[in-house]
Design a binder for this molecule. Structure first.
Ligand SMILES: Cc1cc2nc3c(=O)[nH]c(=O)nc-3n(C[C@H](O)[C@H](O)[C@H](O)COP(=O)(O)OP(=O)(O)OC[C@H]3O[C@@H](n4cnc5c(N)ncnc54)[C@H](O)[C@@H]3O)c2cc1C
Length: 569
């Protein structure tokens, strides 16, 4: 296999030579390097590379190229290499200049570039290479070539193989799926002999035949059974809020365990690029953010229990009893509830039956390579639907965004609306809803209804991505937890008079109606539903845990509302 290419384009020979030197000294032989001195030469070269089926991982271009913005050229690159990362080279002196920032924002919003990088300083410039490595990693992830990728080999796209990919996705474990009778599948199977499908080939070469979810978590060192143990702090949910609570709890000396029915990252793992999270000016994938946070909490001493669903929480004898679906019980002095939310179901039977077989709930980033060259529909009018449409447009022939509201602006950030309008293969259908659909083993059509005149239309569809609002993961909580009409957990001043009276003091801002249990992130009524706010609440919750423990030390023990579990044998 020939090495993929890194291409750099600059009409200033001295600056191009500096970039050329940096690229060649660091990236060959894993990548081939081509540096080109004009837009015309670069256009010819990239056209030829696309024609001959070469792989281009990264294209860098000067801010100005032959008198035009380099971003215009990079925008064109997507026509030939939709998955190549595209970055502008900007001068060090340009950082902080408002006009440069505005141009970068506009170029990113319009999808012309993915990133920017400051031109290399005299070697060694590790900052330059750190940025380039992250661009190359992002490209490798779109090609399912991230380091330590798990190979999933199945006989069909759907069924158990789909479920395994879902579990791996929820574990933020990079994986790649191929059919057993494809060239890739045959090559993998040649080394494993006859096996039962679906098959997982782990990065260390171990082969697992149709493993259980727990087998998968255990194989990557990601499962701990905490039953029978006592912790200072149990965190339920390992999304951004739970991870943040884990980092702060463990780093501040609390004996902490984070329990999740899946694995790390929560909803954030389905986000292909989080651009608004502090400290990541070029964006970060939800999975990468989760991996980093998990390692951070782990090194601080937090323990993690994955594939373990919490089924009940109650206050008993001055501590909180946490029941697991395994029948195990964990005890804690305090609990942070960070179970988040997930997308609402469409509720159309023929489409529910095709879940995983062309119909996907919120899995746009992991399924995107499946839809190359196909007709794809995304349903939803909020930012997550907009992001999914943009991401899928990099792979699909056309993406139709189906929105019930009369305008996109009604539910989506301005910058995303802007980016969608500028993406030629995204079509937006407002005042429209999906009312039916079907397919024989895989989705092949949808029925759309125009909400104003009721007109029905049947359209061919290869995949449907549903992003239609969040439902909190709270159905399992006992009635002692006060919730709003949609099921989100009430905290602090939102609690009713009875709950506040039972505390015998003013509730802490993130405290639920069960004393000693705090709620953080999307699960909380009134929360902002963003990664940053979930992370913020997770960290703040730990301050309140310390306050609860201080009260305990002073002998102020809350009693709480009566537990319906009391008296249950
Ligand atoms: C596609 C997509 C794109 C997004 N893009 C952005 C973006 O660009 N910027 C941004 O700021 N936000 C974005 N968001 C929103 C952001 O991901 C969420 O606000 C954030 O993940 C909320 O974090 P959380 O920890 O509160 O909950 P979640 O991320 O929902 O995590 C909750 C965790 O709790 C676990 N859990 C639930 N019930 C139980 C139980 N009973 N027992 C054990 N574990 C349980 C779940 O398995 C899950 O891992 C996006 C969301 C999606 C879906």
């Amino acid at each position: 296999m020939t090495a993929p290419l890194i291409v750099a384009v600059d009409d200033d020979p001295a600056l191009l030579a500096a970039v050329d030197r940096e690229l060649r000294t660091r990236y060959t032989p894993d990548y081939r390097v081509r540096t080109l001195g004009s837009t015309a030469e670069a256009t010819r070269t990239l056209e030829e590379l696309a024609r001959t089926g070469e792989e281009v991982a990264l294209v860098l271009a000067a801010e100005q190229l032959d008198g035009a913005p380099g971003a215009d050229f990079l925008g064109e690159v997507a026509r030939w290499f939709p998955q190549a990362q595209r970055a502008l080279l900007i001068a060090w002196a340009g950082v902080g200049v408002p006009e440069v920032g505005d141009a970068l924002f506009e170029a990113i919003a319009r999808g012309r570039i993915d990133h920017y990088v400051i031109r290399p300083a005299p070697p060694p410039d590790e900052q330059f290479h750190q940025a380039l490595s992250s661009f190359l990693l992002a490209w490798a992830e779109t090609r399912r070539r991230a380091p330590h990728t798990i190979e999933v080999v199945g006989e069909t796209w759907s069924g158990r193989a789909y479920r395994l990919r879902e579990v791996l996705g929820r574990c933020a474990m990079p994986h790649r799926f191929c059919l057993a009778d494809s060239d890739e599948g045959r090559a993998i199977l040649a080394g494993t002999g006859p096996r039962r499908f679906p098959l997982l080939v782990m990065p260390n070469g171990a082969v697992m035949e149709d493993p259980t979810d727990t087998d998968i978590a255990r194989s990557a060192g990601r499962e701990l059974d905490p039953s029978g143990e006592r912790f200072d702090l149990v965190i339920v949910g390992c999304g951004p809020a739970g991870l943040s609570a884990g980092v702060y709890g463990a780093s501040e000396g609390l004996r902490t365990v984070v329990i999740d029915s899946g694995s790390i990252g929560g909803q954030a793992t389905s986000s292909s690029s989080i651009r608004n999270y502090l400290g990541f000016p070029r964006g970060v994938t939800g999975a990468e953010l989760a991996r980093r946070a998990h390692q951070q909490a782990w090194v601080f001493g937090a323990r993690f229990a994955f594939m373990q669903q919490v089924t009940h929480l109650a206050r008993e004898d001055g501590e909180i009893v946490v029941d697991l679906h395994t029948g195990g019980v964990v005890r804690a002095r305090a609990v942070v509830l960070a179970t988040g939310a997930s997308y609402r179901r469409l509720g159309i039977e023929p489409l529910e039956a095709l879940n995983g077989a062309g119909v996907f709930y919120g899995a746009a980033s992991s399924e995107a390579p499946l839809v190359a060259g196909e007709e794809v529909f995304v349903v939803g009018g909020a930012n997550s639907a907009g992001q999914a449409a943009i991401h899928l447009a990099g792979h699909a022939k056309r993406v139709t965004l189906v929105v019930r509201a009369a305008t996109l602006e009604a539910g989506m950030s301005h910058y995303l609306v802007h980016q969608i309008e500028a993406t030629p293969n995204i079509e937006v259908r407002t005042s429209t809803e999906v009312v039916d659909g079907g397919g024989d083993g895989w989705l092949d059509h949808l029925v759309l209804r125009h909400r104003e005149d009721g007109a029905l239309e049947t359209v061919g569809a290869y995949a449907l991505f549903l992003m239609i609002g969040a439902q909190p993961h709270t159905a399992w909580l006992p009635p002692t937890f006060q919730r709003d009409a949609s099921g989100f957990v009430l905290t602090g001043a939102e609690l009713d008079a009875a709950a506040i009276a039972s505390l015998g003091r003013a509730p802490l801002p993130l405290e639920t109606s069960v004393p000693g249990v705090l709620a953080a992130g999307d699960v909380r009524s009134g929360s902002v539903k963003r990664v940053a706010s979930a992370v913020g609440e997770g960290s703040v919750a730990i301050q309140f845990v310390h306050r609860l423990f201080a009260d305990e030390r002073r002998g102020l023990r809350p009693t709480g509302l009566p537990s319906p579990r009391a008296g249950v044998p």
